[in-house]
Design a protein around this ligand. Structure first.
Ligand code: AMP
Length: 417
């Protein structure tokens, strides 16, 4: 049998690939307009980086990582998320010596050994933004406005921003104790994982997907009841700035990111369009992480959006389906030579031009032109070439204009598309 791709890892092929290019190009444009610079970190990192930052207790570290010993006997892991690698690079290159905020983005593959299904793969791709050395609520709001703006530009609708605040080292211990007391008296009904988690991090119980645990979580104390004044103010300010920017949101006091280093703002972008995989992206403030990884205390916030899920949501956006600006149907050798020259000239100016072999019949060429999704079709035969004019058809309106060949080329070159 022919060798097949690894389960949960997919090839990206046309016609899907233009959609991805559209997503990535739009993201790069939006990230730049918010002043983000690109960072690329290796796919392989030392396993310890993830076990220390994401935490041994999490599903990602305990069940989902692609970990192996390399030929030198070092334990390496294929990154399951981007933040840890970005923070490691930030520390290793001593970027922190320069005053922040440092706004960084990265786009690339992540690896988790999960059960594959629609919108869930073992190699998946994320658009990831991190802002390091920025403590204020304005940083949170700006990042959320960025994500909102990107979704809008992609034409992805029916996505809800869900927000919460997870408190800080001042107020969270009290909340954790309250949770522990609540769950301890109901331990019998919790799943095995949660019973284990209870002692180390009861917040993770709130995140458990098991039916029994979810039911019990319904009645658990809410973090909003424990916020200190500074956390409550921070959250109010984030919400005020979002409202001012016209970004709508919902709050959910049950939304948690169950890792100790998460502080204050936590959020998810949710959709009802993707069945069980309802998160398009998520993130939050992680003021404690950089210290956990051995760096100076540095407040930071970030998010990741999943490219596969965005691609599923962008089915109908005509933007990414754009075809060539011009299709030249040439009939005969001389018109073919003219078309060949004109196509090169236009392509050099960045205009996407297609043409077919001049030996094909007009009918066959028109069929190809239609299939290509070209915006315009130019039909050039011997007569047109002698006259120096030819009909240019706008494929969207069906309108046809008889124009000088030179003018057609110049117009398209000037438009650059
Ligand atoms: P997380 O790092 O788990 O918060 O994930 C952030 C985003 O990455 C999610 O909202 C998804 O869009 C995407 N994502 C996470 N895991 C997968 C996966 N296994 N397959 C596809 N997309 C994923």
């Amino acid at each position: 049998m022919a060798i097949q791709a690894v389960r949960g890892m997919k090839d990206l092929l046309p016609p899907e690939s233009p959609k991805w290019r559209f997503i990535e190009a739009t993201a790069r444009e939006v990230f730049s307009s918010f002043g983000f610079s690109e960072i690329r970190t290796p796919i392989l990192e030392r396993t310890e980086l993830f076990s220390r930052s994401i935490g041994e207790e999490t599903d990602i570290v305990s069940k989902e990582m692609y970990t192996f010993s390399d030929r030198s006997g070092d334990s390496l892991t294929m990154r399951p998320e981007a933040t840890a690698g970005v923070v490691r690079a930030f520390l290793e290159s001593k970027l922190y010596a320069v005053p922040g905020p440092h706004k960084l983005f990265t786009i690339g593959p992540m690896f988790r050994h999960e059960r594959p299904q629609k919108g869930r793969l073992r190699q998946f791709h994320q658009l990831d933004c991190e802002v390091l050395d920025d403590a204020g609520p304005q940083g949170d709001a700006e990042l959320l406005v960025l994500a909102h703006h990107l979704l809008e530009r992609l034409g992805v609708r029916q996505v809800t921003l869900v927000l919460n605040s997870l408190g800080c080292p001042e107020c969270r211990p009290g909340f954790k104790q309250g949770l522990m007391d609540y769950f301890e008296s109901r331990q019998g009904a919790l799943c095995e994982d949660c019973r284990r988690r209870l002692a180390s991090n009861p917040l993770r119980v709130l995140d458990c997907k098991q039916e029994g645990c979810r039911e019990i979580s319904q009645g658990a104390p809410l973090i909003s009841g424990s916020w200190c004044e500074a956390c409550a103010e921070h959250f109010e300010e984030v919400k005020r700035l979002l409202t001012m920017a016209g970004v709508s949101y919902e709050t959910d006091p049950k939304l948690v990111r169950g890792l100790d280093y998460y502080t204050r703002t936590a959020f998810e972008f949710k959709t009802s369009q993707l069945g069980a995989q309802d998160a398009v992206g998520g993130g939050g403030r992680y003021d404690g992480l950089i210290e956990v990884l051995g760096g100076p205390a540095t407040p930071a916030i970030g998010f990741a959006l999943g490219v596969e899920r965005l691609a599923l949501l962008l089915e109908d956006n005509p933007e990414w389906q754009k075809g060539p600006a011009l299709f030249i149907a040439a009939l005969g050798d001389e018109p073919r030579d003219w078309a060949f020259g004109a196509a090169q000239k236009l392509r050099r100016a960045g205009v996407w031009v297609e043409m077919s072999a001049a030996s094909a019949s007009l009918k066959a060429q028109m069929r190809r032109a239609n299939k290509s999704g070209a915006a315009r079709v130019l039909i050039v035969g011997g007569e047109e070439l002698t006259a120096g004019r030819a009909p240019l058809k706008d494929m969207a309106t069906g309108e046809q204009q008889d124009l000088p060949l030179e003018e057609i080329v110049n117009r398209l070159m000037a438009a650059g598309a």
